[in-house]
Design a protein around this ligand. Structure first.
Ligand code: SAM
Ligand code: SF4
Length: 465
């Protein structure tokens, strides 16, 4: 049965607005940048104006504004996570993905629960605390229960008395009932990318299986939130259709969630299409997004929804990841494998992986690099575990009160990493950064940070406020 057509993605309105603002003048752009600096977000038309910028001076002003907002709201924190691919079985035909059903060029594998535990232990050994569980849309004989069991196995895994503290999930759209079951497993964020909001393109690139139903997918985050999952993650696969259109359509989706639930998505992901085994489309994206355009997208999102986390994966190169930290990225994956079983085997496998990675470095190297740039790698899971999710999180985040928690918690979780997992070189870099950061913190956050870090230095774990 086809899902009814929702009206919140209005293609004609997007095309009209884009046409109207294809060449915004200096005054228009500067008005929007001034408004964005108040950190209250932007309207659709204002996002369209920014997306029309091509003048290098205005682009620079856009990047500077994004940088100021990122610094004010997030400071120097960067949250780290690892994707955990549990299965590459899939019944769909997404022409851009190596996991698509008819692709004979990859080896299929669904981890059993013991293997999920082993993979998780391998991640814990590296120092990870946050996992994004990923699967294709076809499960072994247990059906959807397989996903629930896997979430449970990740939370149950232990190494040296340490565990994964937040499991986010990226699996195909679920029914109301399934979302309730997922919520009951204590997941963090449910993440789902629309891939493209442009219906005609959507139908062209999804040529088999349940994923052909655009409406079922575009309403999935509504069902998730109705089922009580407070934190949802949104995204577009850039490269399938015009990036300016996708940006505005994603904003329409965000505004709709805000209208219905009083709060928008917790995170936005910005995957750019990467080459994938057995896919011509992935090697030749119909609407390739240049590096400059990509940085522009991140910067505009930072201005448009200042309190929503922006996630960048290891699809991007280390260089692009570095450049976009300054513009608004607040979460990154590190040391990733996209082939089920890839962590325990310590291999990056083109023959069962989903797409090519741009950043191949191990976690310790990424952490050192990030720390050398002055960013504090954070493994904090405090908000979610104290119930600061959804509206509660935004209520704290918007007046800036969350910073008194995030700063100290980031430092405490970083200290825990340094104590237990870092190479000597990373330890040295990290300790210096922690000391310098605390020295620059004033009042309550500074006191909290000092106390938490000292306790972790003495061997305590999982300290947060
Ligand atoms: N199967 C589920 C689905 O499609 O929603 C969830 C997992 S799927 C592996 C996660 C995401 O990978 C997709 O939403 C898509 O955006 C992304 N992806 C697929 N092929 C890709 C490619 N060639 N390059 C980059 N990202 C890709
Ligand atoms: Fe399957 Fe998801 Fe890949 Fe599509 S994107 S082929 S649904 S794993």
């Amino acid at each position: 049965m086809k899902t009814a057509t929702p009206t919140f993605i209005n293609e004609q309105a997007i095309h009209d607005i884009l046409e109207k603002h294809s060449q915004p003048d200096f005054a228009q752009v500067r008005d929007v940048l001034a408004k964005a600096s108040e950190m209250k977000g932007l309207k659709l038309e204002e996002v369209a104006i920014l997306s029309g910028i091509s003048d290098p001076t205005l682009l620079e002003e856009l990047f500077q504004t994004a940088n100021q907002i990122k610094d004010t709201i997030y400071g120097k924190r960067l949250v780290l996570f690892a994707p955990l691919y549990i299965s590459n079985l899939c019944a769909n035909e997404c022409t851009y993905c190596a996991f698509r059903a008819k692709n004979k060029a990859i080896v299929r594998k669904a981890l059993n629960q013991e293997e999920v535990r082993h993979e998780t232990e391998a991640l814990i050994k590296q120092g990870h605390k946050r996992v994004l569980l990923v699967a294709g849309e076809s499960y072994p004989k247990q059906g959807f229960q397989y996903v629930l069991d896997s979430v449970r196995s990740v939370y149950a895994a232990r190494h040296n008395d340490t565990e994964i503290r937040r499991v986010n999930v990226n699996v195909a759209p679920l029914t109301d009932e399934e979302f309730k079951l997922l919520k009951a497993e204590n997941i963090g964020t449910y993440q789902l990318f629309q891939e493209t909001y442009h219906r005609q393109t959507y139908q062209k690139v999804h040529i088999g299986g349940k994923k052909m139903d655009y409406n079922w997918r575009v309403t999935a985050l509504h069902r998730a939130m109705e089922a009580g999952i407070d934190d949802v993650g949104i995204g577009v696969l850039f490269g399938l259709y015009d990036a300016r259109f996708e940006l505005l359509a994603m904003m329409q989706h965000i505004f709709e969630l805000e209208r219905v639930f009083g709060v928008g998505p917790h995170t936005i992901s910005v995957p750019r299409m990467e080459p994938a085994t057995g896919s011509d489309v992935a090697s030749h994206p119909p609407f390739p997004v240049s590096n400059l355009e990509f940085r522009k997208i991140v910067a505009i999102l930072r201005l448009a929804v200042p309190y929503t986390g922006i996630i960048m994966s290891t699809r991007e190169t280390a260089k692009m990841r570095r450049e976009t930290f300054a513009l608004g990225v607040s979460q990154i994956s590190a040391g990733s494998r996209t082939n089920p079983g890839g962590y325990e085997e310590e291999v990056e496998d083109e023959v069962s992986g989903q797409f090519s990675l741009g950043d191949h470095r191990p976690l310790d190297e990424v952490i050192r690099d990030v720390a050398e740039m002055g960013y504090i790698p954070s493994f904090c899971t405090g908000c979610y575990r104290l119930g600061r999710t959804g509206q509660d999180f935004m209520d704290l985040a918007k007046p800036g009160a969350i910073k008194a928690h995030c700063g100290p918690n980031a430092l405490s979780s970083f200290m825990e990493y340094l104590n237990n997992y870092a190479s000597p070189q990373t330890y040295e870099t990290g300790i210096q950064l922690i000391e310098k950061t605390i020295a620059g913190m004033k009042g309550l956050p500074g006191e909290r940070a000092r106390k938490l870090v000292e306790r972790v230095k003495q061997g305590e774990k999982d300290m947060f406020c």
